[in-house]
Design a protein. Structure first.
Length: 256
């Protein structure tokens, strides 16, 4: 790779690094430049819809910007949500509260600011959760439905730029969480786990992604990881993409 191209790539990647931010949970900046999670063996939304009726009290924990929650079109007076990421908290206050949705800021899954047995269904996609607190919040017979990012998510990509960095959430394994819910007395209705590819078609998209998913790529920067990014670029030049692996699991649990 010649010097001119290396300098050009550095400028491109530093530009992506500079603008890396997120509003709600919007990855449109890199749409078409990467692919992931388009072939999971379950449909999280369909599972929710087949168990949800209009009269049920629904709460979405770690709702992001509330985009998915709103797409369910559940009656607003029977809908609640929490979020802990400060920019998204402000977004939820602006979008959810005026609709009559009971939104409350919360960044502690073990201490959710709602009364005991407030809900018929708790949903959680890629957020924090706690089996004991879920049990407290649910009515008898209530459902907890979660699709989660597993402990091994993107680990091969992390190793490419930050070798030997430990897993940030080692307990996010299906077997571990399955046991926690069973120990709390839940009936496990579904428990599934899957690994799927994630592909980046340009390194600028990866740089943006790594800054957004900062808990997986701590202390990542173009400057610190430049030589390793060049090696990833060589893979793209050869294969057309650089590939990693996502880790997802699903739990549907009933309070009995």
């Amino acid at each position: 790779m010649n010097t001119d191209r290396i300098n050009e790539l550095r400028k491109e990647w530093e530009a992506e690094e500079k603008i890396a931010h997120i509003h709600g949970w919007d990855f449109s900046h890199i749409h078409g430049r990467y692919e992931e999670e388009d072939d999971l063996p379950w449909d999280y939304e369909a599972i929710i819809r087949e168990n949800l009726t209009d009269n049920m009290q629904l709460m979405d924990f770690d709702t992001g910007g509330g985009e998915f929650l709103l797409s369910l079109k559940h009656p607003y007076e029977n809908t609640a949500a929490t979020e802990g990421y400060p920019p998204n908290v402000e977004l939820c206050k602006e979008t959810l509260l005026p609709l009559g949705i009971d939104f409350r800021a919360c960044d502690d899954a073990k201490n959710v600011p709602f009364e005991d047995e407030s809900f018929d269904m708790l949903i959680n996609r890629h957020g924090d959760f706690d089996a004991k607190e879920a049990k407290r919040l649910l009515h008898q017979g209530g459902l907890f439905i979660t699709e989660q990012v597993g402990a091994n998510n993107d680990r091969d990509l992390v190793e490419m730029v930050l070798p030997d960095f430990p897993k940030p959430f080692p307990e996010l394994e299906l077997a571990i969480q399955h046991k926690k819910f069973q120990d709390e007395g839940f009936e496990i209705l579904r428990a599934e786990e899957v690994y799927r590819p994630i592909r980046f078609y340009d390194i600028g998209a990866f740089v943006w992604f790594a800054h957004i998913i900062e808990w997986e790529f701590p202390e990542f920067s173009v400057e610190k990881c430049f030589d390793k990014l060049l090696k990833m670029q060589e893979i793209i030049d050869r294969d057309g993409f650089v590939e990693g692996t996502i880790h997802r699991y699903l739990i549907v649990a009933k309070k009995i």
